[in-house]
Design a protein around this ligand. Structure first.
Ligand SMILES: *[C@@H]1O[C@H](CO)[C@@H](O)[C@H](O)[C@H]1NC(C)=O
Ligand SMILES: *[C@@H]1O[C@H](CO)[C@@H](O)[C@H](O)[C@H]1NC(C)=O
Ligand SMILES: *[C@@H]1O[C@H](CO)[C@@H](O)[C@H](O)[C@H]1NC(C)=O
Ligand SMILES: *[C@@H]1O[C@H](CO)[C@@H](O)[C@H](O)[C@H]1NC(C)=O
Ligand SMILES: *[C@@H]1O[C@H](CO)[C@@H](O)[C@H](O)[C@H]1NC(C)=O
Ligand SMILES: *[C@@H]1O[C@H](CO)[C@@H](O)[C@H](O)[C@H]1NC(C)=O
Ligand SMILES: *[C@@H]1O[C@H](CO)[C@@H](O)[C@H](O)[C@H]1NC(C)=O
Ligand SMILES: *[C@@H]1O[C@H](CO)[C@@H](O)[C@H](O)[C@H]1NC(C)=O
Ligand SMILES: *[C@@H]1O[C@H](CO)[C@@H](O)[C@H](O)[C@H]1NC(C)=O
Ligand SMILES: *[C@@H]1O[C@H](CO)[C@@H](O)[C@H](O)[C@H]1NC(C)=O
Length: 462
């Protein structure tokens, strides 16, 4: 019986391997977070250092927009240039390659291409994007260019440059969406055709047109209309058929099947006097859907590790059923939302149940979780189980994954390099200790498991 089952599994596997398109790129990536777009929780020192003598924590700017506004263009330019040149250099890209990763996702803001009239932002990050593309080429890594911040914020998160939680203003005026479309045309022109693109045609694998538009507070039809417009621009302008990546806008898994298969949407515009219905369409080719998965920005933060592991299996399994290519383009080791300023400067945590969250369940003190040096054996083990399950499940059920992110000042749950240091991130990446073929075996020792196998075989054959 067991032998028969094994044969069956083997044949299924062979059939799957043969049916697979071996040329499709499997993402094993890392995001270069907090570099060309600032995030307070990734580099808190930068933000703290903007305080003047006598000011308090309340005066810390909450995002890059207010950081630049507070310092003024000249000073902001000086400090940001220093940050850009110091936070990452070619050595990081060598180390990324050595860690077994095959690509980098590089977030950048619209202001690095074109500003709006009153923007306080500083430009110059584009030169560093170009350097990073060269470093990637030197180290045989692919690059996904990721437009992470759009005019007047597509999600209201601080990581878009401008924080306005719950109230993204990207669709408040057509000029914001129009400027986004225009900037993406610049991106296609530079990175998808012509001299620069030619030099890096084997490095730049794709362009993510917009990170995490917050669907629940946006018109989804207008977002889809934007996706179609910019996709058509990409194919008209570029002469390489790179991947065009769409984020799922926090819609359910499967919700994009219809749109991506049909390439059609109807939008209603009001031209001042009347409503006009417009049908937009595109013939999508090599579009990749980007899902982000975290367990700590919802009630799931209160779950135990067993439930977390099951959640990952369910999630990855549901992606596999989608009709179009997809990756998990952001995930982390986080089992808490405790990292300082993760939710935004001045905000509490779901884990401790502090404002603006709260009054449901508290998991106890964050202090036990924020300092990795104090993590117990069990904590480390649980983090590793959580990571291994994600590596395995995303690896077999999707076109791949991109961990968020390579380094931070002190947020270990989000820091690939630090997790390697604590022997929590597997090295090599397939060095599974606790998850074997998708099964969490951390309860039984290796020895014990072999005994179980041996005994069951004896039972079968005797
Ligand atoms: C295999 O994948 C490559 C790259 O994504 C694509 O160009 C090609 O058309 C695919 N071939 C088949 C048979 O699906
Ligand atoms: C990158 O920065 C690190 C830390 O400052 C330094 O040790 C390394 O030599 C630098 N690498 C390059 C290529 O400049
Ligand atoms: C967009 O408009 C809404 C409704 O007027 C407003 O609540 C929100 O703050 C605006 N968002 C931004 C970022 O301007
Ligand atoms: C892409 O376009 C550029 C300029 O438009 C041209 O020089 C180059 O030969 C083209 N490359 C391919 C592969 O068509
Ligand atoms: C990249 O450009 C080189 C040199 O022009 C060309 O030989 C090669 O076919 C191009 N590769 C792709 C993937 O377009
Ligand atoms: C709006 O559209 C209608 C019908 O196409 C047209 O008659 C009208 O002039 C338009 N109004 C403006 C302000 O463009
Ligand atoms: C246009 O559509 C909106 C939303 O559906 C509706 O509230 C409004 O009355 C319509 N305006 C006209 C002139 O038909
Ligand atoms: C984990 O949580 C689930 C759901 O609340 C519960 O059924 C299960 O018993 C818990 N497992 C452990 C090991 O505490
Ligand atoms: C919990 O509820 C109390 C009373 O309604 C309120 O004063 C307090 O701010 C709430 N705490 C949080 C963390 O939301
Ligand atoms: C088939 O390809 C998918 C994605 O390209 C991959 O996740 C999966 O592991 C492959 N299956 C086998 C049996 O190689």
């Amino acid at each position: 019986m067991l032998l028969y089952l094994r044969l069956l599994v083997l044949t299924t596997w062979v059939v799957q391997v043969l049916a697979n398109n071996s040329t499709a790129f499997q993402y094993k990536g890392i995001s270069i977070g907090g570099w060309l777009v600032l995030e307070p929780y990734i580099t808190p020192t930068l933000f703290k250092d903007s305080l003047n003598p006598g000011e308090s924590e309340d005066d810390i700017p909450v995002d890059e927009y207010h950081y630049c506004k507070k310092l003024g263009k000249e000073e902001a330019e000086r400090r940001l240039n220093q940050h850009w040149s110091e936070f990452y250099n070619e050595t990081d890209f060598q180390l990324i390659k050595q860690a077994g990763l095959n690509m980098v996702r590089i977030p950048i803001g619209y202001w690095s291409f074109e500003m709006m009239d009153k923007d306080p932002y500083v430009s110059g990050a584009q030169d560093y994007l170009d350097k990073a593309i060269e470093w990637s080429k030197q180290n045989d890594l692919k690059v996904l260019i990721d437009l992470h911040g759009a005019p007047n914020t597509q999600n209201g998160f601080d990581n878009s440059g401008l924080r306005n939680i719950g109230y993204p203003g990207w669709q408040n005026k057509t000029e914001y969406v129009d400027l986004t479309v225009k900037i993406l045309k610049q991106i296609y022109n530079k990175y998808g055709t012509g001299e620069f693109a030619e030099k890096y045609n084997d490095t730049i694998i794709g362009i993510e047109v917009l990170n995490e538009p917050y669907g629940p507070a946006l018109s989804m039809n207008k977002l889809k209309s934007f996706y179609i417009d910019t996709y058509n621009d990409a194919r008209n302008i570029q002469n390489f058929t790179n991947s065009i990546m769409f984020h799922d806008a926090f819609q359910g898994i499967g919700d994009w099947d219809d749109f991506l298969s049909r390439g059609k949407v109807q939008v209603v515009f009001n031209n001042g006097t009347r409503n006009i219905t417009v049908t937009k369409s595109a013939k999508f080719n090599n579009v990749v859907l980007d899902h982000h998965h975290y367990e700590v920005f919802a009630d799931s933060v209160h779950s135990n590790i067993t439930t977390h592991l099951q959640n990952i299996k369910d999630y990855a399994g549901s992606i596999k059923k989608e009709k179009n290519g997809a990756i998990v383009g952001e995930w982390s080791a986080a089992l808490t939302d405790c990292a300082m300023w993760l939710n935004g400067i001045g905000l509490g945590t779901r884990f401790e149940d502090t404002a603006p969250y709260g009054n449901k369940t508290s998991n106890g003190q964050c202090a036990k979780w924020t300092d990795a040096k104090k993590w117990s054996k069990q904590q480390k083990k649980d983090y590793r189980r959580f990571i291994e399950m994600q590596l395995y499940e995303y690896g077999i059920n999707t076109q791949g994954w991109i961990f968020w992110c390579w380094k931070t000042e002190s947020a270990t749950e989000w820091d690939f390099q630090a997790l390697v240091k604590y022997d929590i991130m597997p090295q090599p990446l397939d060095n599974y200790k606790y998850v074997k073929n998708g099964v969490d075996v951390s309860g039984s020792t290796k020895f014990g498991l072999n005994w179980v196998l041996l005994i069951s075989m004896l039972v079968v054959f005797l």
